[in-house]
Design a protein around this ligand. Structure first.
Ligand SMILES: [Zn+2]
Length: 382
């Protein structure tokens, strides 16, 4: 039982992040874990975060959807959680996967404002519409409530059930154009040391600058939400492009491309940071697709694909599915990927810019709760 819960928590760990390019909604973990009516279980449970993530995935019709979690520091010693759950949250905090704060205040709304993300919360936020006008827009604040097949979302204002993203606020766009350094050594959010202390080199997290979370604004000054310290400006943030993988008509995951880090995609890429497709492929696709099938690079804002496979791939200009339009890409050949283009590794296995790739098949997402023993659905394993 313990083992299975650990597996669920590991699966949930893959769905929490503070990367502005990947997070799809903001939650306050202290609130989520206490939604006892979702499962009728213990007063607090980390598994409820998994249930909410699954609900988000169903609503967005995408797999591997991550949330940005704000964590009140008190939660790290909350006796209503199991010691295992507390340990897991501490690990997420140390790795910068969640944002731990002494006083969260309205940080959840600030993150939602800066990043243009929807908020999953049961709080009504009455009277805050002056400061955050988007609170009144449909899909920007949704309350997860119990439903037949797991949580469903309802809106306090504006109606609608589908979480809606807006654009980053002007302040957010400005903050996310730069990279930041926290003077606190080993800061998990704005790491790299920066303080120049004797142990700066030992900082556990040397976070990729492109994935840094948005700073908090304190009297207009960019500050570390965790340490309260004024952040140093470490220059322009590297450019990024967000790509999405669609397999069998379903968006399976997104990944971020930066100018400093090419990304290999294939059946089981050798490099760390590679995008592994193996688990979603049928036998024929697995035979066709190489371990390292294609490499994506970002050069002066252009996405370049290079075929690194044995069997080759193809590009579908503008996403056209008409066979005569498909441009073959021979092994070792490179090509610029246009705005709406899809790179096709094998029929039905496509990669393109995340905002142009949507699921077009009936969606049944992979649940992070598949191993959860507390769930009513004890489906036989295939
Ligand atoms: Zn810090």
């Amino acid at each position: 039982m313990r083992f299975e819960i650990s597996k669920v928590l590991d699966a949930i760990e893959g769905r929490v992040c503070t990367d502005p390019s990947l997070a799809r909604a903001v939650v306050d973990l202290a609130e989520v874990i206490r939604w006892q009516d979702l499962d009728g279980g213990r007063p607090a449970s980390l598994l409820r975060l998994g249930m909410v993530i699954d609900a988000l995935s169903r609503q967005l019709e995408e797999d591997s959807v991550p949330v940005y979690a704000i964590v009140h520091r008190a939660l790290l010693s909350d006796a209503d959680l199991t010691s295992n759950e507390r340990m897991v949250v501490r690990r997420w905090a140390d790795d910068g996967l969640v944002e731990v704060l002494d006083q969260p205040g309205d940080r959840m709304l600030e993150v939602a404002d800066l990043l243009g993300l929807p908020v999953l919360s049961r709080v009504r936020f009455d009277g805050l519409g002056g400061r955050w006008p988007w609170l009144g827009q449909a899909g920007r604040v949704l309350a997860p409530v119990p439903g037949a097949g797991g949580p469903v979302f309802i809106a306090h204002v504006g109606g609608g059930q589908t979480p809606a993203s807006g654009s980053r606020s002007p302040a957010g766009a400005k903050l996310l154009a730069r990279q930041w350094r926290c003077p606190e050594p080993g800061c998990a959010l704005f790491g790299g040391g920066g303080g120049g202390g004797a142990f700066a080199d030992l900082a556990r997290v040397d976070r990729a600058p492109a994935g840094q979370p948005p700073p908090t604004l304190r009297n207009g000054v960019p500050s570390c939400p965790r340490h309260g310290a004024r952040l140093g400006d470490a220059g322009p943030r590297p450019r990024t492009a967000v790509l999405a993988v669609r397999i069998g008509g379903l968006v399976r995951r997104r990944f971020v491309l930066t100018e400093t880090q090419p990304v290999l995609v294939g059946r089981a890429p050798d490099a760390t940071g590679g995008v592994v497709l193996g688990q979603w492929l049928n036998d024929e696709a697995r035979r066709w697709i190489s371990r390292n099938h294609v490499r994506f690079e970002l050069r002066v804002g252009e996405v370049i694909v290079t075929d690194t496979s044995t069997n080759g791939s193809g590009v579908r200009p503008g996403g056209s599915m008409a066979e005569p339009d498909r441009i073959p890409l021979a092994p070792q050949q490179s090509r610029v990927v246009g705005e709406g283009d899809l790179v096709e590794l094998y029929p039905g296995v496509q990669i393109g810019r995340a905002d142009k790739v949507t699921s077009d098949a009936k969606f049944s997402p992979t649940s992070v709760m598949a191993e959860a023993p507390t769930m009513a659905m004890r489906l036989p394993r295939p």
